[in-house]
Ligand binder design. Structure first.
Ligand SMILES: Cc1cc2nc3c(=O)[nH]c(=O)nc-3n(C[C@H](O)[C@H](O)[C@H](O)COP(=O)(O)OP(=O)(O)OC[C@H]3O[C@@H](n4cnc5c(N)ncnc54)[C@H](O)[C@@H]3O)c2cc1C
Length: 466
């Protein structure tokens, strides 16, 4: 007869490993089933051809000094998290932008966003669900355009917001802009990358008896008389009193209808389909030495379009020329270990346009674009490069959930709905998409894992007392 676990945790990303660790520490029997052949999920640390490990998914503990629970976890496992030091930023269009104009653009965008958030909170009646953030940011009276006659320039600069949002401004809901009470302020990067830290949490869970099976995708989750039955693509069946499902929302959108028996309630299925999963990709280019301008002091370049979009871009380099990018440079002293590597943050519009090209074409185009943009006569060959594909990765199908998008009935309560237990408490849900205030972050995943581990413990206590 199959072993009856207290809990099966589906997924070994942040939320799953935190839940498994908490439960095994409290003496419960835990099985973790992970479809990938590695731990971490959207925490993925890459080393091939890199000078130091580079995180392709999460890379910062946001709000490190402001109470992010990942800080305590890093401390507990002896992993140093380096707080980012302020470094210079530069804005480039065809050439480097004079600093007074760059400062004006930054100040105007800050003022425009603050004014949009104030309107979202104070307008009576509140903005309609269909009103996008872009309507106020780009309105004729917007502070975005104060003393900037070139409106296109200000709009293209405002597109940097689409990197953290994960969605274009035209789809982001004005009504809910700024509703989250999340961790913000200082950022810190764990030494060795996020996967290193996850590995240590899993080792601790294993010491307490947790079993981990990699490369085993869950295909069916079925309510049974004594708990829950779980079947995987290996043909294996497992049983437990409870299940914590951390399958990302992008994936649930494709399989939630058939994964569960009995089926999820209609409202849950509607919320899964209606909640948005955003797009954010990274392109990392490593070099033998730092050849770009002011490499020893500039931590981030904002690269604005130098070419107008007209129809479909014919090649990958046009995508770089026609869009706004944030380029992080690891050669600057933001973190203690400087290395000659740059990282493009690629937001929704360019990410979709670049999907038509192979990763090598994109890396080559990104390199040639930088050589052209920075106007250098020669640049070394790349020593390594990597392009992410979170949107098409079948075990992520997107970067993370975004803030609420426009649409009738959509709002922050959706994230709470996605985290509610079912089947009397034996089927629980964790993951960044289930944490209203911290969705889309490591903090959200950690908090949700802790929350569901506590919920399961109460449930198991009740069972044992019955
Ligand atoms: C490009 C990018 C940059 C980011 N940067 C930051 C940042 O700097 N700071 C920050 O706080 N957050 C950041 N995030 C967000 C952060 O990475 C996520 O919120 C967090 O890692 C999500 O953890 P999770 O446990 O919810 O999901 P995941 O990590 O996705 O874990 C879910 C796991 O379930 C597995 N799975 C899926 N289907 C099945 C199945 N059928 N059976 C078994 N297993 C399955 C998946 O393989 C995965 O391992 C970033 C994300 C991206 C994509």
């Amino acid at each position: 007869m199959a072993r009856m676990y207290d809990t099966i945790v589906i997924g070994a990303g942040w939320s799953g490993v935190v839940a498994a660790r908490d439960l095994s520490k409290a003496g419960h029997s835990v099985l973790v089933l992970e479809a990938r052949d590695r731990l971490g999920g959207r925490a993925r640390t890459y080393t091939d051809g890199m000078h130091v490990p580079v995180d392709l998914g999460c890379s910062f503990i946001h709000g490190y000094k402001e109470g992010n629970p990942a800080r305590d976890i890093a401390k507990e496992f002896g992993v140093t998290a380096n707080v980012c030091q302020p470094t210079e930023g530069q804005v480039w269009k065809s050439n480097s932008m004079p600093e007074p104009l760059a400062t004006k653009l930054r100040e105007n965008l800050g003022a425009a966003r603050a004014s949009a958030q104030s309107l979202a909170q104070s307008a009576n009646p509140p903005p309609a669900s269909e009103t996008p953030l872009s309507d106020v940011l780009f309105s004729a009276q917007s502070p975005l355009f104060a003393d900037i006659p070139d409106k296109d320039l200000a709009v293209s600069f405002a597109r940097i917001l689409e990197v953290p949002l994960g969605v274009i401004l035209e789809k982001t809901s004005l009504r809910w802009d700024g509703w989250e009470n999340n961790y913000a302020g200082s950022d810190a990067a764990p030494e060795g990358g996020f996967q290193n830290l996850i590995g240590k949490i899993v080792d601790a869970a294993k010491k307490d008896g947790t079993e981990v099976k990699l490369g085993e995708a869950v295909k069916r989750i079925e309510k049974s008389e004594n708990g829950v039955k779980v079947e995987t693509d290996k043909g294996s069946g497992y049983v437990a009193k409870t299940v914590i499902c951390t399958i990302p929302l992008g994936v649930l959108k494709t399989n939630a209808k058939t994964l569960f028996e009995p089926s999820l309630p209609a409202r849950r299925l509607e919320t899964i389909q209606g909640t948005h999963v955003g797009i954010l990709e990274k392109l990392v280019l490593a070099y033998p030495y730092a050849w770009w301008p002011d490499a020893s002091k500039v931590g981030a370049f904002t690269l604005l379009p130098s070419e107008r979009r007209q129809g479909e871009p014919q090649n990958a380099k046009s995508v770089f020329r026609q869009n706004t990018f944030i380029l992080a440079s690891f050669a600057a002293p933001t973190l203690p270990r400087q290395h000659p590597t740059v990282l493009f943050y690629i937001s929704e519009t360019p990410a979709l346009a670049l999907e038509k090209f192979s990763p090598e074409e994109v890396a080559k185009a990104g390199h040639e674009f930088l050589v052209e943009r920075f106007g250098v006569s020669s640049a070394p060959e790349r020593t390594g490069s990597v392009l992410t594909n979170w949107r098409t990765d079948p075990l992520a199908l997107g970067a993370t959930t975004t803030p609420s998008i426009i649409g009738e009935g959509r709002g922050p309560i959706d994230f709470a709905e996605l985290g509610k237990p079912l089947w009397g408490g034996s089927l629980c849900f964790a993951g960044e998409h289930t944490e209203p205030n911290h969705r889309g972050s490591v903090a959200g995943a950690v908090i949700s894992g802790t929350r569901e581990a506590e919920r399961v413990q109460k449930y198991l206590r009740k069972l044992s007392e019955a």
